[in-house]
Structure formats: C-alpha cells, structure tokens
Design a protein around this ligand. Structure first.
Ligand code: G3H
Ligand code: 13P
Ligand code: ZN
Length: 325
C-alpha cells in the first residue's frame, strides 16, 4: 500500500474547493502514455494551473496499472523540476481513477496511491447507485482519498458501457444521492457526451445550464464535475481529414459554454478526446510530409509539442485555471 502523499501528490479536496471558490475548473486530463503525461504536466506548469491526471480502466489495461502509478510519481518530480528550472511555482497535481466500475478497481487504485477515484454506477437504478457508491466512499475515506460519483447518463461510449441518448441529471435526486453516499464531488449529465461526435450537424450545441444552476442551488458546497467536455477543435479535425483521416461531422461542446459552466460552479472538467485529436492530427501530417521518417520520436515529439499548446490554451480560455496554482 502506498498513499498519495508518498507519491508527492496534492490534496484533491483542496484543489476542488479552491476552484469552487475561485469560479474556475480544474482540468481532468486523461493519459495513457509517456508523451501525453509529459505534455499535460508541461502545459499545466507553464500555465501555472492545477491539474488532475486521469487514468481510465482502458488506460490501466493499455499501460499497466503499476507502471501508471510510477509514471505519475515520476511525473510529479518532472513537473517540480520543470517549475524550478523556469522560476515558477510547483503546481498541485492529483491522480484520479476515471469511471471506476466497482469497489475492486477503486480499491486497487486507492492502494496504489491515487488521491481520488470515480465510482460510476450511473447506469444503475438510483438505490443501487447509492449502495455501490457508498461502499467506495467508506473505503476511500479511511485513507483520505476523495470520491466522485455520477447521476444521470451521458450519451456515448466510456470503456465497456455505451448509451445512445443523454439522460439528464434530475436535480430533485441530487440531495438524496449526496446524503446517502457521502461523495466528495458529483458528475452530472447536462448535454455533454464522450467522444468526438457530441452533436449532430445542424443541431444546436447547447448545454442545459439550467439543470446545473438548479443542482448548485441544492448542493452549494459540493464540487460539480463535467465529463465529455472536449470541444473537438475544428483545426485538428480538418487536419486529420486533410491527411487521410475520416472524421466527418465530428462536433464538440462550444468553448464558451464550458467557460460559462466553470464560472457557475463546475469545479472539474474532463478532457480526453481533444488530446487524442491533436496527437492523431500531427502524426498524420508528419507521416504525409515526411514519408521516409521511421523514428517514433520524430512524430511523437511534434505531437507532444502541439499537445502542450492545446493544454495551455484550454487552461486559459476554457477552464480559467491559468495562474491558479
Ligand atoms: O470517459 C472516457 C475517457 O475518455 C476514457 O476513455 O476508456 O477509452 O480510456 P478510454
Ligand atoms: P471527452 O471524450 O469529451 O474528452 O470526455 C472525456 C471524459 O469525460 C473522461 O472521463
Ligand atoms: Zn468521462
């Protein structure tokens, strides 16, 4: 057993409380490999933003759970060294399990030094969701680990679970859920969805900020989380399509809607697909322009550089987390 403090991580609770008070959101960026981790940390150190490193079940399967824990520990050291070398402050870093499906995976992460876990039983009926979420809260709180629960169902695919349509969070359920589980933060469904196809062409890309407002009124102290919050930036979708990809009609959440949500009390915003698009776009472009290149550093390196830029832009324009470290 190793604790998040031993890994050099920061207090997740304080990070979200500071965000709630400050009217900004802490980014939850997913990583699966070294280049993504380096880019996320470099972008957040340079923009002096707190950051939540997110690991999904799929990431654990892809990269190995034990390796990811050491990567995160190394990542903290890398970020601190980088900050010192630039004459900047160290930034708060948290390590979070994204979409944990049961107590077993949450326990494995808590025992491996994660500072926060999500238990996602949003597909279950409310009482079952409360029961399963509470089990994780009871275990996690013994070790000072924070727990994110979810109410409402996002459309799209997350690990093995897929939903065709959004089931919006019902504000009248949130107090019972929060009281019954003791969760430290709550993910809600207000029209975002996972992946790169969030809205249909011609459909108004609008979030139900009225639901967010009603939830905040009922739970003013509880940090709210937004999943599926990639904007699916057109410059990268266009680049993918230009260099042989096929991603027509990929549409994300408009950045101004996310900024509004952050100012209305969303304290954590999850972004994965936008990073994937950047990496894919740059690799495709490099392959097309330099067909003889076969050193992975020559195409992963530029992808990593572009990812740093995207992260810095997001922290500033969308999360409002720039300069909040
Ligand atoms: O919410 C899902 C995240 O984007 C993680 O995706 O399960 O493919 O790693 P993944
Ligand atoms: P996106 O697919 O919009 O990036 O959402 C990521 C997410 O919610 C991770 O939990
Ligand atoms: Zn998610």
């Amino acid at each position: 057993m190793v604790t998040w403090k031993e890994l050099g991580l920061s207090d997740h609770k304080k990070m979200l409380q500071d965000a709630l008070k400050g009217g900004y959101a802490v980014p939850g960026y997913n990583f699966n490999n070294m280049e993504q981790l380096q880019a996320i940390l470099t972008g957040c150190v340079k923009s002096q933003s707190p950051v939540i490193l997110q690991v999904s079940k799929g990431a654990r399967e892809y990269a190995n759970g034990t390796l990811l824990r050491y990567m995160a520990e190394g990542g903290v050291k890398l970020a601190n060294e980088l900050a010192a070398s630039l004459g900047l402050k160290p930034v708060p870093i948290s390590l979070h399990l994204d979409h944990g499906e049961d107590l077993a995976i949450c326990k494995a992460c808590i025992d491996n030094g994660f500072s926060s876990v999500m238990i996602d039983r949003s597909h279950d009926p409310m009482d079952k969701n409360i029961e399963e979420t509470k089990k994780v809260v009871d275990y996690a709180h013994q070790y000072g680990v924070q727990v994110e629960g979810e109410l409402g169902i996002l459309a799209g695919k997350e690990d093995d679970v897929e939903a065709e349509k959004t089931t919006y969070t019902r504000p009248e359920d949130v107090e019972r859920f929060a009281r019954g589980t003791g969760v430290d933060s709550l993910a809600i469904a207000i029209g975002t969805s996972h992946g790169a196809y969030k809205f249909k062409p011609g459909q108004k890309a609008e979030l139900r900020l009225d639901i967010l407002q009603e939830v905040r009124k009922r739970l003013p102290e509880l940090p709210i989380v937004l999943h599926g919050a990639s904007s699916v930036l057109t410059q990268y979708v266009d680049m993918i399509n230009k260099y042989g990809g096929k991603m027509e009609n990929a549409i994300g959440v408009p950045e101004d809607q996310l900024r509004k949500a952050a100012s209305m009390g969303v304290s954590k915003i999850n972004i994965d697909s936008d990073g994937r698009l950047v990496v894919t776009a740059i690799i495709r472009k490099t392959f097309a322009e330099k067909p003889a290149e076969f050193d992975p550093r020559k195409y992963l390196g530029p992808a990593r550089e572009e990812l740093v830029k995207m992260i810095m832009d997001k922290n500033k324009a969308v999360l409002g987390s720039e300069g909040r470290a």
